[in-house]
Design a protein around this ligand. Structure first.
Ligand code: PLP
Length: 679
């Protein structure tokens, strides 16, 4: 697919000749047989848009070339306030889309510079990013040019924009010998930016004159980005050549054409062909406030300018300290200490090692066994696989993993038998209590995924189970490890799942949503009591001998702080409530589908289980790959999902809009219907 090009023309200052530059570039492109369109989204006084339309002989209607006009010569947000008009960004986007469908290249001319406010909380640079444009900076040769130009280049890059280059214009004829010889080179060197050429002072703006004066001065082809139209093809080949994908039978992968993501914004991912997909599983359960969230982006950029990584082994760093404090302030009461790592698996490994060593350290050396639940999932490293209850993932490693006690809790019924499920669960817990009464002297800890056992297919616990388990642990002095890697950071409707049953675990594991889905960071939180169980003389050798190289990475911690800031500022959890109710309502419709056995939901964690025959209670066999087929189908409808066996998982970003939720549900419904009912 041919990719459209859009270029934004901005200036280091106002009155620097952006319109003339736009005219010159468009004329030169036309001369090269490129079909050029122009857009002047916002104009405050003057006739620039009309001038461009006429001079270039462009057919588009003027309202599309310039959708927003105010008569005062002021900064847009002021000019439009004075004339009591509103700038509608969606309308600008619509105009741009229309123009870019008609033309090979659209040159978009700004008003003023990058930091000019368009409306409250929205700058010119936000518009450029929203339109997904690269930037050309128009400068002029005079004293102060280097400073102004470098500032603009830097500003563009800080805002995440690509600068294609700097072009010099000469609005007034002037002597420029020494400036022309020195300034561009300095800008090129210090700004690491291409110089696209010089536009000499023009007396007339007709085509002949422009071509005569400028053709040799400007390298037109360098203005057009040679963005590889073959990016998709090349990426596919190289992916297959070089990458071994996780949890993937590579033999199947090699047969298919992979979907390769190039960018993302809000709730949507975009592939190398420019096709958009709704991110229905939050990029594997991690994304919280949408992609390219402004605040998280900026927090990382800001931290980049300070330090990207330093170690917590023997040193500390500012964001790691600040985030630990913030985390303790919002975590379930009683959790006081933060041990950092970098994935959910490591967070759980650390929890297990801490729990085990705690008892060793304080002299209860017989407490060495770990209990975990059937169908549990705690990660893929050997320690976390040891406490995993999903046979498919761990049976091949049985000789490598350590011995545990796998407690036989029930699996959720694929046929929606909630009453039976609850009864079985309570029965299982009562048996655990009897067991602990006798054997607690040998048990170090119980590790659970509170409220929702995610990877097992979204097993949602009946109310009260978590509380009972916690009570039993306390009673028999068994440490409770809550693995909230999936449920943490709002996923179940509260910041942490433990809050819903007012439960305080001894150890809490966090990862997935912690950096809003940006960077790998994990934390294992403990109580003061456990922490104190490691305070001994150095020579006692009771230190916690554990630490990963990237522990407490400053960039990741900066993202994590911003994540919490956004939760607060956008009232994410409050706004989630009505979305959860909306989902509940939408999901009711699924239950009537012929092959939907059960729909399980806890907040924004949803599992829709497909079955072969509801009446006869027959499940699909695993090798029919029904989940995979439905997810392939839903992809054709513009939604990315990833199944767990026969369970279709929905886990959108918390920031998703209701309209997008509707789109997610409709596409999923349609895909399930088509795949399960048309065979
Ligand atoms: C995803 C997950 C893990 C593992 O996290 P990684 O970052 O993939 O290592 C552990 N526990 C639970 C409950 C999870 O959902």
């Amino acid at each position: 697919m041919k990719r459209k090009q859009g270029i934004f023309i901005t200036g280091t200052d106002t009155n620097i000749g952006k319109t003339v530059t736009t005219l010159v570039l468009a004329t030169l492109l036309q001369e090269k047989k490129v079909n050029v369109g122009v857009l002047k989204p916002i104009q405050c006084s003057g006739q620039d848009a009309l001038f461009l339309k006429k001079s270039l002989g462009i057919n588009d209607v003027i309202d599309e070339i310039n959708p927003f006009f105010a008569k005062d010569s002021l900064s847009p947000h002021l000019a439009f306030k004075r004339s009591k008009k509103k700038i509608d960004i969606l309308e600008i986007k619509r105009c741009y889309r229309t123009l870019s469908e008609k033309h090979d290249v659209v040159l978009v001319e700004g008003a003023g510079g990058l930091s000019v406010p368009i409306k409250d909380n929205y700058l010119m640079s936000d518009l450029i990013r929203d339109l997904d444009l690269d930037v050309i900076i128009v400068s002029t040769l005079k004293l102060g040019t280097i400073n102004h130009t470098l500032l603009t280049v830097q500003q563009a890059r800080t805002q995440g924009l690509d600068v294609r280059g700097v072009i010099f214009n000469e609005p007034l004829r002037m002597k420029k010998g020494i400036l022309k010889k020195t300034n561009p080179n300095a800008i090129k060197k210090f700004g690491n930016v291409p110089i696209l050429g010089f536009i000499p002072h023009l007396n007339r703006f007709n085509k002949k004159e422009i071509i005569k004066q400028c053709f040799k001065e400007i390298n037109v082809s360098s203005i057009l980005k040679k963005k590889e139209t073959f990016l998709a093809k090349r990426c596919e080949a190289d992916d297959k050549e070089y990458i071994w994908h996780p949890f993937t039978q590579m033999q199947d992968w090699l047969k298919d054409s992979p979907l390769i993501i190039e960018s993302a914004k809000g709730s949507y991912l975009k592939d190398v062909d420019g096709k958009k997909y709704l991110d229905g599983v939050s990029s594997l359960w991690v994304n919280v406030h949408g992609h390219q969230n402004k605040e998280v982006d900026q927090a990382i950029q800001k931290q980049l300018k300070k330090v990207s990584h330093s170690t917590l082994l023997g040193l500390s760093n500012v964001p790691a300290v600040e985030f630990a404090k913030r985390l303790v302030s919002i975590a379930p009461k009683g959790l006081k200490k933060v041990f950092y790592s970098d994935s959910g698996s490591t967070a759980v490994e650390i929890a297990i090692k801490i729990a085990y060593q705690y008892w060793q350290n304080i002299g209860k050396t017989k407490k060495i066994n770990i209990i975990h639940l059937a169908h549990s999932y705690h990660g893929d490293t050997l320690g976390s696989v040891s406490v995993g209850g999903i046979d498919l993932f761990h049976k091949v490693y049985r000789h490598l993993i350590f011995k545990t006690i796998k407690w036989p809790t029930p699996n959720a019924s694929p046929f929606d038998d909630i009453v039976g499920f609850k009864k079985e669960f309570l029965f299982s817990i009562n048996k655990m209590e009897t067991f602990l009464k006798k054997s607690h002297g040998k048990i170090a800890a119980l590790v659970v995924e509170p409220l929702v056992q995610g990877a097992a297919g979204m097993i949602v616990w009946p109310k009260g189970i978590l509380r009972r388990l916690t009570r039993i642990c306390k009673k028999y002095n068994v440490l409770l490890i809550a693995d909230e890697v999936a449920t943490g950071f709002g996923r179940t409707g509260t910041m942490f799942a433990c809050e819903q049953e007012k439960v305080m675990p001894d150890i809490l594991c966090l990862a997935k949503g912690m950096t809003a889905g940006y960077l790998p960071l994990a934390a294992t939180l403990t109580t003061q009591r456990i922490y104190d169980g490691f305070l001994f003389d150095y020579k006692d050798q009771k230190t916690f001998f554990h630490g990963h190289t990237y522990t407490g990475n400053p960039l990741a911690c900066a993202a994590a702080i911003a994540n919490l800031d956004v939760f607060k500022k956008e009232k994410t959890l409050d706004r989630l409530k009505s979305k959860i109710v909306f989902l509940e309502r939408e999901l009711k419709k699924f239950k009537v589908l012929k092959h939907v056995g059960a729909v399980r939901q806890k907040g924004f964690m949803i599992g829709i289980e497909l079955v072969a025959d509801k009446k006869r209670k027959k499940e699909y066999s695993w090798d029919q790959q029904m989940g995979v087929k439905v997810c392939q189908k839903v992809r054709e409808l513009g939604v990315i999902l990833r199944p767990l066996g026969n369970v279709i998982v929905l886990m959108p970003p918390l920031s998703i809009a209701k309209k997008e939720l509707q789109e997610l549900c409709s596409a999923t419904y349609q895909a399930i219907k088509v795949i399960t009912e048309n065979d």
